[in-house]
Design a protein around this ligand. Structure first.
Ligand SMILES: [Fe+2]
Ligand SMILES: [Fe+2]
Length: 351
């Protein structure tokens, strides 16, 4: 047998007359179609369809129990995006009749008595069309899955880069990793309580650890100096915000954009007296305002080599006094309401 003749497409044939089934079986087998499912009871179509997953359906119209139209209704109700073409086997002619079958989902007709050549030609054309359709459908699914995997990889890679940058900054800083954890969790909590979406809060959690990344660019003699800064040293120290903004600039992912915004604006103050740009009020990105509040609170209540930890009470008083000066007053209000949750975060990431 030639290669052409070995066809393994599955064909489902439904006709209540045994003679017709037998004839179709013979014609199709002679052409090399081995995967045939023959039914003379239309009530078995759906079960058989789901089991055999045919590539083509040949369907009689006039049958007991269910006619061909009803069978097509049942098949359509399966909502299978890969429903194969349906060919009506019919002795009837007439335009209305054909239109009704087309409207019900038939793709083509074969008139009885069967003409062998006509039958085989239609079967082959429709099978080819269906296999091409299925191939495209499968490829689309594979591509969609690939895009999803790549997107996830990209997201993870970005997160890794950002977290490692944060670690790099910590190596040079007196601030501990726990400060970063507390500050970022407090930031995410405040963001949630002012109504940010869950996704945006997660961004905040991952982006805010970068707030001091610019300290990488500050000379050791200043960064690690014990005790108070001279005014010129303080000016150098302040450049960490702009350096951080520059370091994280140029990527358009949500994560990097927010990290950049926070690094650049976390020392701006509500009344315009902050740095590097002297922004005020709502001109300061909200992410930066949130990070500023969380950062200052945690820095105050943490011990550093050059200072003791403030009590929570003193830190809270300072924040209240600076509402509308250093801090966004609306955020301070939320901060006060959320103090129990904030203290829980402090306990969770204790030094
Ligand atoms: Fe900072
Ligand atoms: Fe900090």
């Amino acid at each position: 047998m030639s290669h052409e003749n070995e066809r393994n497409e599955r064909i489902l044939v439904i006709d209540d007359e045994a003679a017709n089934l037998k004839l179709l079986d013979k014609m199709l087998r002679a052409q090399g179609y081995e995967n045939l499912v023959l039914l003379n009871d239309p009530r078995e179509v759906i079960g058989s369809y789901q089991q055999a997953r045919p590539d083509l359906i040949l369907l009689d119209i006039n049958m007991p129990h269910l006619d061909g139209y009803q069978v097509m209704e049942q098949l359509k109700a399966l909502n299978d995006p890969l429903l194969p073409p349906i060919v009506i086997l019919t002795a009837q002619n007439g335009k209305d009749y054909l239109l009704r079958a087309l409207a019900a989902g038939a793709r083509d007709f074969i008139t009885k008595p069967f003409d062998r050549n006509e039958l085989l030609m239609r079967v082959r054309n429709l099978l080819d069309a269906h296999l091409a359709h299925r191939l495209i459908h499968d490829q689309k699914k594979v591509l969609e899955e690939m895009v999803q995997i790549r997107t996830e990889e990209l997201r993870n890679t970005r997160l890794q880069v950002v977290q490692r940058l944060g670690m790099a900054a910590e190596y040079r800083d007196e601030e501990t990793g726990n400060h970063i954890l507390r500050m970022s969790h407090i930031s995410a909590l405040l963001a949630r309580k002012i109504g940010w979406s869950e996704a945006a809060c997660e961004l905040m959690l991952n982006a805010s650890p970068m707030h001091d990344i610019g300290k990488i660019g500050i000379p050791d003699a200043i960064l690690l100096k014990p005790g108070k800064f001279e005014p010129h040293e303080w000016e150098v120290m302040k450049t960490h915000a702009a350096i951080g903004g520059k370091l994280l600039d140029g990527d358009d992912s949500d994560l990097m954009c927010m990290a950049q915004e926070i690094a650049l604006s976390h020392h701006e103050k509500w009344d315009g007296s902050g740095y590097p740009n002297g922004l005020s009020g709502e001109a300061i990105p909200q992410a930066g305002r949130i990070a500023a509040l969380a950062d200052v609170f945690d820095a105050l209540t943490s011990a550093r080599p050059y200072k003791k930890a403030w009590t929570v009470e003193n830190a809270v008083n300072l924040i209240r006094e600076n509402s509308g000066k250093h801090f966004d007053p609306k955020l301070v209000e939320i901060f006060m309401q959320q103090l129990p949750g904030i203290l829980k975060i402090r306990e969770r990431f204790d030094e």
